[in-house]
Design a protein around this ligand. Structure first.
Ligand code: AMP
Length: 280
C-alpha cells in the first residue's frame, strides 16, 4: 500500500497508472476508520483496478470548532485497517497542503441544504462540496464511493457532480451497523459506556417510525410517537426527526406513495452528535 501526503506526488503516481489503462475507485474519508468505511473500500476493490482512500479531517466542513478539535485522529490504526483491506493507495494530506490559502469560492446547494444537516450545520455542505471537488480533481477517479449513512451528503454530491459535469460515477453504499443496530460512526468512540448502551435507541426509533408510517400514520403523528419515545430517554437531545422524500429531501406529510421515503434523525447523546436514517 502506498501512502502519499502531497498532491503532486499522488497525481504523478495515479497518472502513470491511468496511462496503463487502470481504472480508479475513490473512497474519501475523515479517518478514524471502522468496518463501515472498509465496506466502501471492499466495494471499490470489486469494481476498479486501483482503490484510493483519502484521510483528511476537513476543517472547512465543521461549523463547531470544538467538534473539529475532538474529532478522533487515528492514522496508524487507519493504515493498518486499510492495509488489511488491501487498499492500494492512501492520500493523507495536511490542512496546509489542501488549503495553502482559504478558498474564496462558496457553494450553495439550494433547497438541498436548507433542511436537516444543512439547516443545523450552516456552512457544512459548502465545506463538503469544496473539499470533495478538490479531491475529485486531484484523484480523477472513475468512481467514488459514499455511504448512505450520510444521506444528505450523497444528495449534495450527486447534485454537484451533475451541475459541474464531473466525469465520474457516484456509488452510494448501504449503512453498516453494530449488532445492536447502532450505525457505525467514527464519533461512536467518543460515547461513554452509558451513552453507548443507550445509542441503539436511535435505530429502534427509526424502526418504530417506519412501522407506523407503513401503517398509515401521518408525519405529524409519527413526530409525536418519536417525541414520546424519547421522553423515556432524557439523555437524548433530538435536533431533528424528519420524514422526507428520498430524492429531494423535502419534508413530506406521510409515506411517499410514488417514490422512496427517508426517515432522518440527528440527536446529541452525552455531547456527541449522532445521525442516522432509514430509507424504504
Ligand atoms: P467520514 O469519515 O465519516 O466522512 O465517512 C467517510 C465515508 O464513509 C462517507 O461516505 C460515509 O457516509 C461513509 N460511512 C460512514 N459511516 C458508515 C457506515 N456505518 N456504513 C457505511 N458507510 C459509512
Amino acid at each position: 500500500m502506498l501512502i502519499f501526503n502531497t498532491i503532486s506526488e499522488i497525481q504523478e503516481y495515479l497518472k502513470s497508472q491511468q496511462k496503463t489503462g487502470k481504472t480508479i475507485g475513490f473512497v474519501p474519508t475523515m479517518g478514524a476508520l471502522h468496518a463501515g468505511h472498509i465496506s466502501l473500500i471492499e466495494r471499490s476493490k470489486t469494481e476498479n483496478d486501483l482503490t484510493v482512500c483519502s484521510i483528511f479531517v476537513n476543517p472547512t466542513q465543521f461549523n463547531n470548532p470544538e467538534d473539529l478539535k475532538k474529532y478522533p485522529r487515528t492514522l496508524d490504526n487507519d493504515s493498518e485497517l486499510l492495509q488489511a483491506a488491501a487498499c492500494d493507495v492512501v492520500f493523507a494530506p495536511s490542512a496546509e497542503e489542501m488549503y495553502p490559502s482559504l478558498p474564496q469560492l462558496r457553494m450553495d446547494f439550494g433547497t438541498l441544504e436548507t433542511v436537516m444537516e444543512g439547516k443545523f450545520r450552516p456552512g457544512h455542505f459548502n465545506g463538503v462540496g469544496i473539499v470533495v471537488s478538490k479531491l475529485f480533481n486531484i484523484i480523477k477517479s472513475d468512481k467514488a464511493y459514499f455511504g448512505l449513512k450520510d444521506l444528505q451528503q450523497v444528495a449534495v454530491i450527486r447534485q454537484m457532480v451533475k451541475d459541474l459535469s464531473f466525469d465520474l460515477e457516484i456509488i452510494p453504499c448501504p449503512t453498516l451497523r453494530e449488532i445492536d443496530g447502532l450505525a457505525m460512526s467514527s464519533r461512536n468512540t467518543r460515547l461513554s459506556v452509558e451513552a453507548r448502551a443507550l445509542a441503539p435507541q436511535i435505530y429502534k426509533v427509526l424502526n418504530l417510525a417506519q412501522e407506523k408510517l407503513q401503517a398509515g400514520f401521518s408525519t405529524k403523528e409519527i413526530q409525536e410517537v418519536v417525541n414520546q419515545y424519547f421522553s423515556q430517554y432524557p439523555e437524548f437531545e433530538v435536533e431533528y426527526f424528519e420524514v422526507a422524500d428520498f430524492d429531494t429531501l423535502e419534508p413530506i406529510e406521510a409515506k411517499n406513495e410514488t417514490g422512496k421515503t427517508a426517515l432522518c434523525i440527528a440527536a446529541f447523546l452525552g455531547g456527541v452528535r449522532l445521525i442516522d436514517n432509514m430509507v424504504f
